[in-house]
Design a binder for this molecule. Structure first.
Ligand code: MLT
Length: 265
């Protein structure tokens, strides 16, 4: 897998190559570029899919220093990958934390954004109780390792339907969460400190697709609707019976929405 250096850190990414519309895939927490496998497999022949492993995840360096992690730092990882593959403008597709990175990327490098796909994410910053919860999780991980939160998180990110009927997806989601403890702690720090993106929404002028699982318990459909209502001309797709990991829980529906959007973006 190609590797570049950003802020002295090794960042690893995947690139299908090809001449189709470039799509940069930004993973959620606590996952990696590997979470996009069903999208790369289905759409990689038609579009150029570039999947970034943000610092802390998927074989990219995972520094212990929490100050190395922020939404701006993650956005730098994404921009450096685009520079390395020679792509000036791309459609950015981020799921959950990946969406937070997309908002930051829009603030920092909007001239490089041809379109946005915002999946299972929210525009708001963390309220005080969420910050407190994340601080508790950081402590738990520091004391006991990632297992302290990964099993609970696996339950939280999947819908009841997925948990009851798709054991392979449950197992796959948990495996994807096997990431370095330093990455978990760093990304939690970045999410705690992320700015509110609500005020940016009305200024987003590129084509935008908002996707959400109907049963997403972490970033429920109301949050997606709010993003959709504030971004002029955006489309909203709600995927029935899917939870927070809508791209893995119903790849067919997710890929269909992407393909339709990308054909016109
Ligand atoms: C994610 O899937 O990236 C996380 O649920 C985001 C968050 O914890 O806010």
């Amino acid at each position: 897998m190609p590797t570049i250096e950003v802020d002295g850190l090794r960042i690893v990414y995947e690139d299908t190559g090809g001449s189709g519309t470039p799509v940069v895939l930004v993973h959620g927490f606590p996952f990696s570029a590997a979470m996009w496998e069903p999208q790369i497999e289905a759409l990689g022949g038609r579009f150029r899919m570039i999947a970034v492993n943000l610092r802390g995840f998927g074989g990219s360096d995972a520094p212990e220093d929490r100050a190395a992690y922020s939404m701006s730092a993650f956005a730098r990882d994404v921009k450096a990958v685009m520079d390395d593959v020679g792509v000036d403008r791309a459609v950015l597709c981020g799921l959950s934390m990946g969406g937070y990175v997309c908002f930051q990327f829009w603030r920092d490098y909007r001239e490089s954004v041809a379109g946005l796909i915002l999946a299972d994410t929210r525009a708001e910053a963390d309220p005080p109780e969420a910050i407190e919860k994340r601080t508790g999780q950081q402590q738990q991980i520091a004391d006991q390792g990632i297992d302290a939160i990964a099993d609970g998180l696996t339950r939280a990110v999947l819908s009841d339907t997925t948990r009851e009927t798709k054991p392979d997806v449950v197992k796959g989601a948990r495996l994807l969460m096997d990431q370095p403890a330093a990455g978990y702690i760093g990304a939690l720090e970045a999410m705690k400190n992320r700015p509110d993106s609500t005020a940016d929404l009305t200024g987003i002028t590129v084509p935008c697709l908002v996707i959400v699982g109907e049963d997403d318990g972490l970033t429920p459909p109301e949050m997606a609707r709010k993003i959709h209502e504030h971004i002029g001309g955006s489309r909203l797709v709600v995927i029935p019976e899917a939870g927070h990991l809508s791209n893995l829980e119903d790849p067919q529906a997710f890929n269909g929405a992407l393909a339709e959007f990308l054909a016109t973006a």
